[in-house]
Each structure stands twice: as C-alpha cells, then as structure tokens.
Design a protein around this ligand. Structure first.
Ligand SMILES: [Zn+2]
Ligand SMILES: [Zn+2]
Length: 339
C-alpha cells in the first residue's frame, strides 16, 4: 500500500494505493523479511497529512512490523531463514558517531525511520539492516506483537529517562495508550512507586485508578504530594506548565510528544520562575527509540505480561484502518494482517 502524495484524510479517504512492486533485494548485511503483521500508528496520519512528511515519495509506510526472515546476506548473517523478527521506528543509524557509540543511536544525525525515510511494513516484503531487527518473545502472536513495537517502546524510553527510583512518586499527564502502558511498566519495575495521573476525562481517570494509580485528577489540579518525575504524553502546552508546578525540587519532566500544537501556546506565559522552574527542576524531551528500548520493552511486556487488544484489518483495508484511527472508532490497536 503506497503513499504517492500528501493529502488530508478528510478530503481523500484512500490516500494509499494498492500497488504491485518488485520484491526488494537485500543488500549487504541486510535481511529480507516476509511481513505478517504491521501496526497502524498515529504517526502514519502525520506522514499522510504532511505534519511529518516523508522526505521523498512514493513510500510504503508502517513501522510496527512483524515477519519472518526469508533471505539473508549469506556471507555474514546472524539470522536464520524462518526467524521471527520485529522492526520498529528505528531503521538504521550510522553506528560510528558519539551517540551511536554510547547507545543513544536515536539521536544520530543519520537516524533513519522505518516507513518514513525508507519503505516500511504496509507490504508483503521489506528489507532491513540485519542488526536492526529484534526477536519477538514467544508469548505474543504476530498480531499482538506488532502494536508493542511503537508506543510501548517509546513509553519504556520515557520511563527510563525519568530516572525514577522505587518508592518515588511518578506523575503521568495524559492517559492514552502509551501512558497506560507506562503505568503498568512502572508498577512492575518499581513496586513501591506511587503513580499520580492527570487526565481531562472522567473515564481516563477512573481507568487510571483501576490500573493502580494512587490519585487521578484533572490537568490543572494540584497533586496531594510533590512528584519526583512526570511524563507528559499530550500534544498541548497547558499540561507542561501544570506538571512543572507539581514537581518536587530536583524533579524531572519528560515530554514524550513528537509535536506540540500551537493552539494553547499562550498558556506558556503563565510560567512563573519560582513556581515552575526554581529548585533545579529539569525538562527533557524524548526523541525516537533505540534498539535497546525496543528489545528491553518486549522482554518486560512478556514478563508483566502486557497483551494488547487488537483489531485486525487486511493489507487492502489499510485506508479503512487509518480513517478509523483518525475518527477514533473502536478501542484496541489496529493491525494489518498480511499474507
Ligand atoms: Zn508509531
Ligand atoms: Zn550515529
């Protein structure tokens, strides 16, 4: 399913076109993967509608890919034919720069994203550098594993960046798919940590408490205790300002959002130095993911275990899945099942 041009999904409900392409040929140190499942992510909407356009078109989208290795670069390969592998947002990085050497390959100047900078998993086959695929724990079916490769891995990275310690207070502002996975991970990794959730809707707050949050309130409410770290997963500014107010001295706000909208940017002028920043409070953003995030998260997800609710579509139904994602129909992760 190929994206040929940027467009609004409101005007064009079939932005992807079913196209016959030759089976790609793996280059040196690459493997050819026969795709069996590919998750449908909000990022695809950003790519199609031009908020994060792929640098060149046409392109095959999709960065939550599960499949089996069907061809390797025989000289070197560490993979066997038939190995089940996953491919996430990170497609490749240079491997040589300071960031790559330190394991922060997500910050590499040559970072390439699957399904944006190179063809992804809305297809029967894709090629990928052999060092950038990860094994999938046996617990998960192909369809279940696919949606774990994006939001879960990024949530895991956000939690890692908070440097939370067991027994401390963690705040979550926004309570969508990624945040609720973070809550489950935090409860598992730091059993004595106390989780506080800020969410606009009553339903989300009730859900947070059901999953073990000790407190849930609206975005501008003050938590009953100061928080050591907070993860913001919203696309707006108000939660940033309100989170800073709730931080303890030396506290850290981790912003896990690809973009922030301009609509409520004026809220930032409420930033008051003594209230929001004084006492060595920190702000850190989260960019992309590393291979370590993906493989550690998958291991953790199988330990907890986290099993996503999945709604399957055929490859030809990719446009339908995207439109439903945009219009927020039905809960559960949307995944393309590909034969
Ligand atoms: Zn994604
Ligand atoms: Zn690099």
């Amino acid at each position: 399913m190929v994206l040929n041009k940027i467009c609004s999904l409101e005007e064009n409900r079939t932005p992807l076109e079913l196209t016959d392409l030759p089976v790609p040929v793996p280059g040196e140190k690459e493997v050819l993967v026969k795709v069996s499942a590919c998750g449908v992510c909000h990022t695809e909407l950003d790519e199609i509608e031009g908020r994060m356009p792929p640098p060149s078109l046409p392109i095959v989208l999709g960065h939550q890919v599960v499949g089996r290795v069907v061809k390797t670069d025989s000289k070197t390969s560490t993979h066997k034919i038939g190995d089940r592998v996953g491919i996430g947002w990170i497609y490749s990085a240079c491997g040589k720069c300071r960031f790559c050497r330190e394991g922060s390959e997500n910050l590499c100047h040559a970072f390439k994203a699957t399904g944006r900078d190179t063809n992804g998993g809305y297809a029967q086959y894709m090629t990928v550098p052999e060092d950038f695929v990860c094994p999938i724990p046996a617990l998960f079916s192909d369809l279940e594993a696919a949606p774990l490769l994006c939001a879960g891995a990024i949530g895991y990275r956000s939690l890692r960046l908070t440097r939370l310690e067991d027994g401390q207070n963690l705040g979550l502002t926004g309570f969508g798919a990624s945040a609720h996975l973070v809550l489950k991970m935090a409860k598992h990794q730091y059993p004595s940590a106390r989780v506080f959730v800020f969410a606009r809707s009553e339903e989300e707050r009730a859900f947070a408490k059901e999953l073990g949050a000790v407190w849930a309130g609206d975005t501008e409410e003050e938590a009953p205790e100061k928080l050591h770290c907070i993860i913001d997963t919203t696309p707006v500014w108000k939660p940033v300002v309100e989170a800073l107010r709730n931080l303890a001295p030396d506290g850290r706000l981790v912003i896990n959002a690809i973009r922030k909208e301009d609509a409520d940017k004026a809220y930032l002028t409420r930033l008051d130095y003594p209230t929001h920043l004084w006492l060595e409070k920190e702000i850190k953003s989260v960019a992309n993911v590393s291979r370590r995030d993906i493989s550690e998260f998958l291991r953790l997800a199988s330990e907890i275990p986290v099993r996503p609710e999945v709604q399957a579509f055929t490859l030809e139904e990719a446009n339908k899945a995207l439109v439903e994602l945009k219009t927020r129909k039905i809960r559960g992760a949307k995944v393309l099942r590909i034969d």
